[in-house]
Write a protein that binds this ligand. Structure first.
Ligand code: AMP
Length: 114
């Protein structure tokens, strides 16, 4: 999508602080971190949100979760725990409509979330 900020980050036309880069996934640091570690993991292909996922995307979503684990381990978060989440739609607080998973760690998380 031409006007999607995360498409532009994935293609490199908008700069980001890269954490991981694969053929179809990209991970980068959130510019407004909510925890000592706050990384966003996205598919390079534009997908609005979880609501736009199709059955054939199941393998991609599985690999995003595996990549999140690998990043978490590289940051030492496997020892303390971390949160992996995606916001879908207005009530959840989704502000960028390109599917992204937040990897948050480095502090104790609260539940329920705000
Ligand atoms: P959400 O509210 O779940 O849609 O999350 C969007 C996230 O994207 C927020 O945590 C923002 O801080 C983050 N964000 C927005 N623009 C950028 C950017 N250019 N680089 C990195 N993170 C961004």
């Amino acid at each position: 999508m031409n006007d999607c900020i995360f498409c532009k980050i994935a293609s490199g036309s908008i700069p980001s602080r890269k954490v991981a880069d694969t053929e179809d996934m990209y991970a980068f640091e959130d510019t407004n971190p909510q925890a000592p570690v706050h990384i966003l993991i996205i598919p390079k292909r534009h997908i609005d949100s979880t609501l736009s996922l199709k059955k054939e995307d199941a393998e991609l979503i599985g690999r995003i979760t595996i990549l999140a684990n690998e990043i978490a381990v590289s940051k030492g978060l496997d020892r303390t725990g971390f949160r992996l989440l995606t916001n879908t739609g207005r009530n959840a607080g989704q502000s960028v409509f390109h599917l992204h998973y937040h990897l948050l760690g480095g502090r104790t998380m609260e539940w329920p979330p705000g």
